[in-house]
Design a protein around this ligand. Structure first.
Ligand SMILES: Cc1cc2nc3c(=O)[nH]c(=O)nc-3n(C[C@H](O)[C@H](O)[C@H](O)COP(=O)(O)O)c2cc1C
Length: 419
């Protein structure tokens, strides 16, 4: 149970607002301090007088209330909260939250707070299943907003379906209980910029032929999605793959290792975490034939030269990002991975065994992760799940490196001052 948790209870204009005096009481019984903030529409459903009586605090509703602002400005109020709960959340307020609009006190607070946001939607079941509402739900979820319900059952409109607000007692238990509180913590990478390289590269031999590899890009794309869900701004530098771009991610398409090198370095400034998940060709043809090579000779050879080492070049940057490499090996995985970590001066390396039906192009993967002070193994699991676990681990190590007093934090500060 949370001790004296400070909760802003935002009430929007849904019929379920009539249950909010009960919700305030349940929250207070569990030791929470509750500051009610109502939308203009909510005032049509429940009175401020009732909510003031049960919460013990003056109700806030107007962004332009000079007296209330003088007592506790909206920014102070946003800072005061340990958690913002909106119950009931209307389709309308979900839309404002998803788009970042802030025309009223409640939505302004939501933008101005560092506190986790929990919403309990309540609406007619047809409204809830509307694609626009579902799209907003997805956007909010991806940003780390915790969504409680809605429940299925009889609705105020006389119909039955999914759209009822979760009962006040269950909401109060959820937001003051230990599990959900951990669940709704601020996404760990909010405000951080993550760059991920993905897929194979293609190294041209002549206008129609190239050297490439079996990388599908699935792991990197899953990591991009997971990093965005953890709150990061994500740039994906992608080789040729058959995958759709995850929502909200900036994708830059490239073909060869040289193009990937250039695209990476053009955008590397201000990147906090660099994850080199692309399977970049190690060699390319020394010279690309202008015309298609004819099959006139019984044997032929192509002179290959090394491609630029993108990962090493980023790891070498002064005050560069937290750098994570991938090692795809068919043998001696651990040994190669640790040697690559050390030789290239990386912060972390993710090692995966590749070969027939393993690693490349499959939907599942199993990896070992190494960093200077430790290692962790992840068993075989879907790449989508593995990506979430890897982003969590990378985020933790990155934040540890940036912890007060460390080299990383000093670099971070220098960058902020420089900006
Ligand atoms: C009687 C009545 C009941 C309503 N109930 C709901 C509801 O349960 N859920 C909902 O999303 N909107 C409901 N609405 C529509 C909202 O009140 C309307 O979209 C309003 O603009 C919401 O504003 P707010 O989100 O700022 O409170 C209802 C409207 C009326 C007139």
């Amino acid at each position: 149970m949370a001790e004296s948790k400070k909760i802003i209870l935002g009430i929007a204009g849904g019929i379920a607002a009539y249950k909010t005096p009960e919700l305030v009481r349940r929250l207070r019984e569990r030791g929470a301090e509750v500051q009610v903030v109502m939308t203009r529409s909510a005032e049509e459903f429940v009175t401020g007088t009732t909510l003031q009586a049960v919460s013990g605090l003056p109700v806030r509703s107007n962004l332009w209330d000079k007296d209330a602002e003088a007592a506790m400005g909206h920014i102070e109020l946003a800072r005061w909260a340990d958690l913002v709960l909106i119950a009931p959340a209307t389709a309308e307020i979900m839309s404002r939250l998803a788009s970042g609009a802030a025309p009223d006190l409640l939505t302004t607070l939501c933008l101005a707070t560092h506190a986790p946001l929990v919403i309990a939607p309540a609406m007619n079941h047809v409204m809830w299943s509307n694609p626009a509402v579902q799209a907003n739900r997805q956007v909010l979820e991806a940003r780390g907003v915790r969504i409680l319900g809605p429940d299925r059952g009889d609705q105020a409109c006389g119909e039955t379906g999914e759209g009822r607000m979760v009962e006040p007692d269950a909401i109060a238990a959820a937001v003051t209980g230990p599990t959900i509180v951990a669940d709704v913590e601020r996404p760990p990478l909010i405000g951080r910029k993550v760059m991920i390289t993905a897929g194979p590269t293609r190294e041209a031999i002549d206008p129609v032929r190239y050297i490439s590899n079996r990388s599908s890009g699935k792991m990197a794309y899953a990591m991009a999605r997971a990093a965005a869900a953890a709150g990061a701004e994500v740039v994906l530098i992608s080789g040729p793959v058959e995958l759709t771009t995850p929502d909200g991610i900036q994708r830059v398409d490239v073909e060869s290792a040289r193009e990937m090198f250039a695209a990476t370095h053009e955008r590397i400034d201000n990147i906090d975490i660099f994850i080199a998940a692309a399977a970049v060709a190690d060699y390319c043809a020394e010279s690309v034939q202008e015309n298609k090579i004819k099959k006139t000779e019984a044997r032929m050879s192509i002179e290959l030269v090394r491609t630029p080492d993108i990962l090493a070049s980023v790891a070498e940057l002064e005050n560069g990002p937290f750098t994570v490499g991938f090692a795809a090996e068919t043998e001696n995985l651990r040994e190669y991975a640790i040697s690559k970590l050390e030789k290239k001066n990386l912060d972390m390396i993710v090692a995966n065994q590749v070969g027939r039906n393993r690693g490349f192009d499959s939907d599942d993967n199993k990896v070992d992760v190494f960093w200077t002070a430790g290692e962790q193994s992840f068993p075989m699991m879907p790449k989508t799940e593995l990506a979430v676990a890897l982003i969590k681990l990378i985020g933790e190590r990155y934040l540890e490196r940036s912890a007060p007093g460390t080299r990383g934090e000093l670099a971070d500060r220098a960058r902020i001052i420089h900006e």
